[in-house]
Design a protein around this ligand. Structure first.
Ligand SMILES: CC(C)(COP(=O)(O)OP(=O)(O)OC[C@H]1O[C@@H](n2cnc3c(N)ncnc32)[C@H](O)[C@@H]1OP(=O)(O)O)[C@@H](O)C(=O)NCCC(=O)NCCS
Length: 166
């Protein structure tokens, strides 16, 4: 079954929480934060934007991003999550490409992603790297001892053009 991309609504609040937890990657407070950002979005906060991937009526993945406060044309990708049973089938790639295209239309210049250095995030880091994201900084011990913050960046003008035509 293929999936389609469309907005995330109130009806997807519980499924979004479920699938975020189901990845097994996020701490309970991180799962709660994802839901909190959706609540902010549903309350009209444009700082947190969501796009969902659906198989029929079921939410199988989502991305959440927003303008980085105090910058010109820089956006943070806060979340990109795919239900474990749907991972490795191209859903994350489609979500990421759709976010990038949206940001280009919004005159976005730079996209920034924060992730962890932990071994269980290795597939996540390679997901970003193979899609044109470059490691820009690393803060040792940021999340926890031996759990560094890894910051990726992608130039939304040259970078996206380069990777979509490669
Ligand atoms: C990272 C993630 C969003 C990628 O989405 P996806 O739909 O699984 O990825 P796709 O099928 O589009 O692409 C597959 C690529 O992602 C990589 N990948 C990363 N995590 C993967 C996973 N758990 N299962 C399968 N492939 C994964 C594969 O190695 C593959 O790489 P390649 O195509 O460059 O060879 C998704 O796996 C996920 O939700 N992971 C857990 C949560 C997470 O790490 N989110 C990002 C931090 S907020």
């Amino acid at each position: 079954m293929t999936c389609l991309l469309r907005p995330v609504g109130r009806a997807q609040r519980a499924p979004l929480e479920r699938l975020t937890r189901a990845t097994g990657l996020f701490r309970p407070e991180e799962v709660a934060l994802a839901v909190e950002l959706l609540d902010d979005n549903l309350a009209g906060d444009d700082d947190y934007r969501f796009l969902g991937a659906y198989a029929g009526e079921d939410l199988v993945g989502y991305a959440c991003w927003g303008p980085t406060p105090g910058t010109q044309g820089t956006y943070d990708l806060y979340w990109i999550v795919v239900d474990p049973t749907w991972q490795g089938k191209g859903v994350g790639t489609r979500l990421l490409a759709a976010v990038e295209q949206t940001l280009i239309a919004d005159r976005g210049r730079l996209i920034v992603v924060e992730t962890s250095s932990r071994a269980d995030y290795a597939p996540t880091r390679s997901f970003y790297e193979r899609r044109g994201y470059a490691q820009a900084a690393r803060l040792r011990g940021y999340y926890a001892p031996a759990d560094d913050l890894v910051i990726y960046r992608k130039d939304l003008v040259d970078g996206v053009l380069a990777t979509t035509t490669a």
